[in-house]
Design a protein around this ligand. Structure first.
Ligand code: 9WN
Length: 437
């Protein structure tokens, strides 16, 4: 890779992160997403570990200060300085006591992020190392509470996996993986006429979820909100409950990061517990989300107890788990290399969010085809975990080239590489720093 290209990309990434810093947290992008998002904060911290670890800790602290008493880390922490009408659905709609957050979660990437920021802290000097130790001590019990919530209250299927109760919880909002489960969610077309979709003021409607999707998204929030976001007996009174392979692969990876953190903090017994929990999560994913016919992972709809037959990029992410059985590892790698996802050796591009060969593949619409840097970053991590160094390096190069040519966009056209969505998107910039380091 040319040094000049690396320097350009590094500098532009740092500029994006400067622009999106509010003084006490990072926004994903200034106009489209004017609050703090949960898994964004984790990816952002992974990049800030190189450029500004103080801000990485500040951002994670801002998020965890909004953690609920039951351990859930909300998917959005609302900025009180931002007007209600600047994002839909805003704080009044969620109606959470204290009004500072939503009531749903996102994938628990934060233990991985905390470990990454900690591990790089000493490179910034003794003060940075000292601060990292203090921050890690502060975060550790909160990260454990987050995992306990997900493997406890959200173990709706009873097998030890976390269940998501809203597509927004996956972070892969309109992924085709949810289509079958969403078909059972009542869609009230009149519901949306009472709200205004702010996202359409800042993005092309053809690139975003549809109004039908949004009417279901809104209905699901209203249903969860009606009982104060309680998880008690949720399966019997909620119309969307899914076990996602990506969410749960991140859940297992988080336990492994917690094991490293606990070890570092001198809590050896807890480290062992975290490793055992990671092992159990891996076994449950292998048992419940693997389809021997397609030889890959799919999401399970708990209301019908069926696996989705579709191939989404989420099905590749259990590769991040080191204990995954060798035959499953080989099969997932085969999927990643196939025409469905075509690792860079075929296309020169990172993996798309959805199966290129499927009729629903949509080159523009959000999580239904476009390339996203965060999931490719996770996929690369999986390749490295299992020693596929050449594929991991090709994927890294493809990501760097894509962002350098097109800019720090939110997502990218899976055939042309054109940037789509928000143009100065924080996690694209942050993960670029990590990919260059
Ligand atoms: C809803 C902020 C978030 C990401 C998600 C992405 C998108 C929100 C939206 O933006 O979701 O949470 O308004 O579409 O799908 O992964 O965290 O960047």
């Amino acid at each position: 890779m040319h040094e000049e290209m690396s320097a350009d990309l590094w500098n532009s990434a740092v500029r994006v992160l400067e622009t999106n810093w509010t003084g006490h947290h990072m926004v994903p992008s200034r106009r489209l997403y004017p609050h703090q998002w949960s898994w964004d904060a984790a990816f952002i911290a992974i990049g800030l570990a190189y450029a500004n670890p103080g801000r990485a800790w500040r951002d994670l602290r801002s998020l965890f200060e909004a953690q609920w008493a039951d351990g859930r880390v909300p998917h959005i922490v609302f900025d009180p300085a931002t007007a209600e009408e600047d994002y839909f659905p805003g704080p009044a709609f969620w109606d959470v006591p204290g009004r500072g957050s939503t009531g749903i979660v996102q994938p628990p990437m934060h233990a991985v992020a905390a470990w990454e920021v900690y591990r790089h802290a000493a490179a910034h000097g003794a003060d940075s190392a000292l601060q990292a130790r203090i921050e890690l001590e502060w975060l550790y019990p909160r990260l454990v509470a987050q995992q306990d919530y997900l493997t406890g209250s959200r173990n709706l299927g009873g097998a030890g996996l976390a269940c998501i109760v809203h597509p927004w919880e996956s972070g892969l909002d309109n992924s085709p993986g949810w289509d079958a489960a969403l078909a059972g969610v009542p869609a009230d077309p009149d519901l949306l006429s009472t709200y205004r979709r702010r996202d359409l003021a800042n993005a092309d409607a053809a690139h975003r979820p549809t109004d039908l999707d949004y009417s279901r998204y809104v209905g699901l929030v209203l249903n969860y909100r009606a009982e104060g976001y309680s998880d008690e007996g949720l399966l019997s009174r909620h119309t969307f409950a899914v076990e996602c392979p990506a969410f749960n692969a991140i859940l297992g990876t988080a336990e492994l990061a917690l094991a490293q953190i606990a070890g570092e903090l001198g809590r050896a017994a807890e480290a062992t517990t975290h490793r055992e929990r990671a092992h159990r999560i891996t076994a449950a994913i292998a048992e419940r989300l693997w389809d021997p016919r397609t030889r890959t992972f799919h999401c399970r709809d708990l209301r019908t107890d069926r696996l989705s037959p579709l191939h989404c990029v989420s099905g590749l992410l259990p590769l991040m788990l080191p204990d995954l059985a060798a035959d499953q590892v080989e099969a997932v790698l085969g999927q990643a290399r196939s025409a469905r996802f075509g690792l860079p050796e075929q296309t020169g591009l990172p993996a798309p969010s959805y199966d290129r060969t499927a009729p629903e593949f949509d080159t523009l619409r959000y999580w239904r085809g476009p390339v996203w840097i965060n999931v490719n970053w996770l996929l690369r991590r999986g390749l490295l975990v299992h020693g596929f160094r050449d594929e991991a390096e090709d994927l890294r190069t493809a990501m760097v080239r894509l962002v350098h040519r097109n800019g720090h966009f939110e997502y990218f056209h899976p055939a042309t590489g054109e940037g789509l969505g928000a143009p100065t998107f924080s996690w694209t910039a942050a993960l670029s720093l990590d990919l260059l380091a």
